[in-house]
Design a protein around this ligand. Sequence first.
Ligand SMILES: [Zn+2]
Length: 139
Amino acid sequence: MDKLDSKRRSANMRAIRAKNTKPELVVRRALRLAGFTGYRLHRRDLPGKPDIAFIGRKKAILVHGCFWHGHDCREGLRRPKARQEYWLPKISGNQMRDERHQTNLISQGWSVLVVWECETSHPALAQRLAAFVGSGSRD
Ligand SMILES: [Zn+2]
């Protein structure tokens, strides 16, 4: 691996792990507008540090980028030719990790909602979030 390559790679790694990404901010804004403000972000004590967690309600919202998490949509199925040896295993690794984290959350009594990047521009996003967070008993 040459120097430039490793440099670029760490830049990619940062991008993948970035918190407070745009789709995440869109979801948080929609939640606030719907009156759901009591969420916590990236809690380290929960499996996979979910993007958004309502602790008392035990509801977690995971906001996934379509490409890096392998969504079944146009962006998620995109297959650029360059550097496949890097991003193909990365995507399948992310998918496996996502699944493990969701399973762990659910086994600890959590409800999980996955919001894909491509869904954050959908007009029904706010309704969907409210239905998820607002269902069941309040804390
Ligand atoms: Zn998508």
